[in-house]
Design a protein around this ligand. Structure first.
Ligand code: NAD
Ligand code: DAU
Length: 377
């Protein structure tokens, strides 16, 4: 007999933790959360729900078949939501192998555990069970300015090692439905932002670098377009797909947030100028630096959530203007968390990643170490 329990993976990361917190705050599910606590996983993101009796956290790898099998047998979840992944495009360029290990092999192992578990169920439970794969819009490749937004019928054309590994995982999920009849769902989303995001991604990197008095690195001309969505809107979309999505289908989740990178960075600088002005009276915009572009950099993403909205009645609550403001305020108020996660490993990464991009060849490490959480204002 299935229980009102979800097994959610990647819950110490940015979006997985948002899902875990929302599940505890607004739903009555029991939650078993599984995370390998890589550099991107921080238990602090789960602190608000660590003592909740409906939540069990397990430190482990999705590729650990024995562990996942035990968790499924013990907890009898009615669904598995797979957020666990290596998620940063720049890291996939410097070291693709871990991306294949977690995103492809990890997904394969999780699917195989789910299949064995599902095969052992009676017909009613088999029909009720769901495996949901959290994917990305990057599997669709890049768009020209005049192209229509990605739909669920857009052919796959991944350009980065990260996107290729996510696409491979999606293909496995699809095949497990077509071949074995597994009740799967797949969601695709654009660029997420919000509180608790590890500061390697554009928005938290720029906010935290700005406050630390460091460089704000813009790849190329900064005129790339991303389709931004507040992470809680993404999570609510995933939960709508879980509850009401048609088995075997893919659903796009988008926030109507198409924006040039440079505009995002300008908005962050201008907002900080008004809520936490620099002590020298200058604008944070003076910290912007144009740096060498990312290889294979996708020019534009835009994702149409028409199917998800039309079929499931989901729509985003936040605009980029409201969500970004909330996010900036959160980082200004949570310097301690930023200090905690910007450990030596992260400073080494900044050095390695940005040394090759910056004209002075020194990376961003000096600036983040210099203030390490202290404010320029
Ligand atoms: P994240 O990097 O912040 O978190 C990933 C989490 O997965 C970390 O807590 C990490 O410890 C955990 N993890 C990594 N390898 C693991 C393994 N082998 N076993 C168990 N746990 C492991 O990522 P995120 O931004 O929260 O993204 C979550 C998911 O959403 C990913 O699948 C990503 O591809 C997808 N996604 C992200 C975005 C985005 O903008 N961030 C957009 C669309 C889709
Ligand atoms: O589209 C969904 C994807 O969005 C997710 O699947 C990925 O997990 C997530 O990391 C994100 O990928 P991006 O590569 O778009 O995100 P990132 O924050 O790394 O970069 C956003 C844009 O900003 C991109 O055009 C590159 C640019 N950029 C990024 C960094 C880190 C810069 O100009 N400077 C930077 O220092």
């Amino acid at each position: 007999m299935l229980k009102n329990t979800l097994l959610v993976t990647g819950t110490a990361g940015f979006i997985g933790s948002a899902c875990a917190r929302l599940l505890m705050d607004e739903y009555d599910f029991h939650l078993v959360s599984l995370d390998a606590l890589t550099y991107a996983g921080h238990l602090s993101t789960l602190l608000p729900i660590m003592d909740n009796p409906r939540h069990t956290f397990v430190h482990g790898d999705i590729a650990d078949t024995a562990l996942v099998t035990r968790l499924l047998d013990e907890h009898r979840p009615r669904a598995i939501l797979n957020f666990a992944a290596e998620s940063h495009v720049d890291r996939s360029i410097l070291g693709p192998e871990t991306f294949v290990q977690t995103n492809v092999v990890g997904t394969l192992r999780l699917l195989e555990c789910a299949r064995a578990y599902w095969n052992g169920m009676d017909e009613a439970d088999k029909a009720a069970f769901r495996y949901l794969q959290v994917s990305t819009d990057e599997v669709y490749g890049t768009l020209k300015p005049e192209d229509p937004a990605f739909t669920e019928d857009t052919p796959y054309a991944p350009n980065s090692p990260y996107a290729a590994s996510k696409a491979a995982a999606d293909h496995l999920v699809r095949a497990w439905h077509e071949t074995y009849g597994m009740p799967v769902l797949t969601t695709h989303c654009g660029n997420n932002y919000g509180p608790w995001q590890f500061p390697e991604k554009l928005i938290p990197l720029v906010i935290t670098q700005a406050l630390a008095g460091g460089d704000l690195p813009i790849y190329g001309d900064g005129m790339q377009v991303r389709d931004w969505i507040y992470m809680e809107d993404h999570v609510r979309g995933i939960l709508a797909v879980l509850e009401k999505g048609r088995v075997g289908e893919r659903y796009n989740i988008g926030g109507f947030g198409e924006t040039f990178n440079l505009n995002i960075v300008h908005t962050i600088c201008d907002t900080l100028d008004s809520i936490k002005p620099r002590s020298d009276g200058q604008s944070y915009r003076t910290q912007i630096r144009f740096v060498k572009d990312r290889p294979g950099h996708d020019r534009r993403y835009a994702i149409s959530p028409a199917k998800t909205s039309g079929e499931l009645g989901w729509s985003p609550r936040e605009s980029v203007a409201t969500g970004l403001r909330k996010t900036i305020e959160w980082y200004v108020a949570n310097g301690e968390w930023v200090k905690q996660v910007k450990d030596k490993g992260f400073r080494d990464w900044l050095e390695a990643q940005y040394a090759q991009r910056m004209a002075h060849g020194k990376g961003l490490a000096a600036s983040s170490a210099q203030a390490s959480g202290s404010s320029a204002g």
